[in-house]
Design a protein around this ligand. Structure first.
Ligand code: AMP
Length: 484
């Protein structure tokens, strides 16, 4: 196995201390099994570019070259971590890739993905999007039996479980099925073995995963935009609880016996996914446009201009404008070269990040009554600052309309809000938030309204962040909100 890590720092060598932080990761995964002699690392690199919105902290690619897995992973964007020389080294016939952002555990190299291991049956690489809620318990059981871990990641735990079950199973898929009986939580996983690529979606389908085709080859990706990016064709979604096995012989599906109930994260449509993606049969762009329309019906306001907070609020702002007849304009400019505000690992850096991220187009705003549309308010920090900017630029009034319900409860399944305490809506009424962020009026789309959009025609949803009802029971030690 060739390990190609370029940038070692002092902390890489000495920072092996494990903290008890649970990783809440927002990630993107990708896999390609080429039966057509493609440049798999190059195509994986492009696809990770297309998935970069799902995580900008680190990126990794593992490639299978005639049965040997080689990989490279590092902190940074795809364009920073990979160059031609590196991609030249990653030659092979199958690949998996990963982009990652995590809040806690941030900056720790041992949590980079894909996790690549050697074990009794050969080599294995695994990349994961989601969060395993009973990880602490499973990990502790393994440790009681002498297992050791290098990281705090769920990914390493899963690799450990698969490798153990593989010893007594006839195939990796069988070992994966056994692992699925143990783990609870959200997972969209891609696995690379010495001769297969495997995709897995949790029994509730909380995180998205879809299948694509490129010539005679198969693709797995968190979002369809990654398939489009390399000229592939969308085939279908991986079903909740489904294991998809891709080998030389083609694609085989195993529907696990675990009960299947779709509970896709509703936040995928609201915020995470790219508008050009189609998730579980519904166009993200159309869902957002319609959410904006419903918002205009539920909470109309007299105003001169509708603006969206880019990028998440733009589609809904177009919908609001179409429904209300109030013209849509570009009042806010987003610096495209700054990552998401949340990417900064601490509050101090986040504050600086927000300042360079947005600016107001004064000419468009001055003297006008503005309706500003955003997809969500999480901590309220960015929103308050933007409202202030608009007022400073001469806006007569700023009315904020949010195209989703108040984000009141923590997420245990992959959205980076592990503690309810951070959420501005957790213990405040809408009018208190309105006062706090300095808007002239504030209103949120109702959950019923949101489900009347095309989103409602998809399968079932996890709406835990809005109503505290989670599809899976949260173990007590995970439920920080209850403990505080
Ligand atoms: P704030 O006012 O600080 O709560 O920031 C609100 C902005 O955060 C909105 O524009 C949302 O689009 C964005 N947002 C929502 N969820 C997330 C998330 N999980 N990570 C990063 N940004 C988010």
């Amino acid at each position: 196995m060739i390990i190609m890590d370029r940038k070692y720092s002092f902390s890489d060598v000495y920072n092996t201390g494990i903290d008890d932080d649970k990783l809440h990761e927002e990630c993107g995964v990708f896999a390609l099994f080429s039966r057509d002699n493609h440049d798999v690392s190059g195509l994986t690199y492009y696809s990770l570019y297309a998935l970069q919105h799902r995580g900008q902290e680190s990126v990794g690619i593992a490639v299978n070259d005639n049965g040997t897995i080689v990989y490279h992973k590092d902190m940074g964007l795809a364009s920073e971590v990979f160059d031609n020389v590196m991609l030249e080294h990653l030659k092979g016939q199958m690949a998996i890739g990963h982009v990652r952002y995590s809040a806690s555990g941030a900056g720790k190299r041992e949590n980079l993905q894909p996790v690549v291991v050697k074990y009794k049956r050969g080599q294995l690489a695994l990349a994961h999007n989601g969060s395993i809620v009973n990880a602490a318990e499973l990990r502790s059981k393994l440790e009681e039996n002498g297992a050791i871990f290098q990281s705090t990641s769920d990914t390493e735990l899963m690799v450990n479980l698969i490798s153990r079950y593989r010893v007594t199973s006839s195939s990796t898929e069988e070992a994966i099925q056994k692992m699925m009986n143990d783990i609870q939580g959200s997972y969209a996983i891609v696995v690379l073995t010495t001769n297969k690529v495997i995709g897995i979606r949790d029994p509730h389908g909380i995180r998205p995963l879809c299948i694509g085709k490129l010539d005679n080859s198969f693709i797995l990706a968190s979002e369809s935009c990654a398939i489009d990016a390399i000229g592939g064709e969308f085939v279908r979604n991986v079903n909740p609880g489904e294991i998809v096995v891709i080998s030389r012989d083609g694609l085989q599906s195993i529907q696990t016996e675990v009960p299947v109930e779709s509970k896709l994260c509703i936040f995928e449509y609201i915020y995470f996914a790219r508008p050009d993606s189609v998730i579980d049969g519904v166009s993200v762009h159309r869902a957002r446009i319609e959410a904006g329309r419903r918002l205009a019906i539920e909470h109309p306001v007299d105003a001169d201009l509708v603006i969206g907070v880019p990028d998440g609020g733009t589609d809904a702002a177009i919908g609001f404008s179409r429904e209300s007849g109030i013209p849509f304009g570009y009042g806010l400019l987003k610096n495209k070269y700054v990552g998401r505000t949340f990417i900064q690992p601490n509050q101090a850096l986040r504050e600086v990040g927000a300042k360079i991220k947005y600016n107001v187009i004064r000419d468009e705003i001055e003297g006008k009554r503005i309706v500003m549309i955003d997809d969500s308010i999480v901590r309220g920090t960015t929103t308050r600052r933007i409202v202030q900017m608009l007022k400073n630029a001469g806006a007569k009034e700023v009315h904020l309309r949010i195209s989703s319900p108040p984000f009141r409860y923590p997420c245990y399944f992959g959205v980076d809000v592990s503690s309810g305490k951070e959420l501005v809506a957790a213990e405040r009424s809408v009018s208190e938030i309105n006062e706090m962020i300095g808007t002239d009026s504030l209103a949120y789309l109702s959950l019923e309204g949101l489900l009347k959009t095309p989103i409602g025609s998809a399968f079932g949803f996890c709406t835990g962040c809005f109503n505290g009802k989670y599809p899976i029971e949260i173990p007590k030690n995970e439920n920080e909100f209850d403990n505080k």
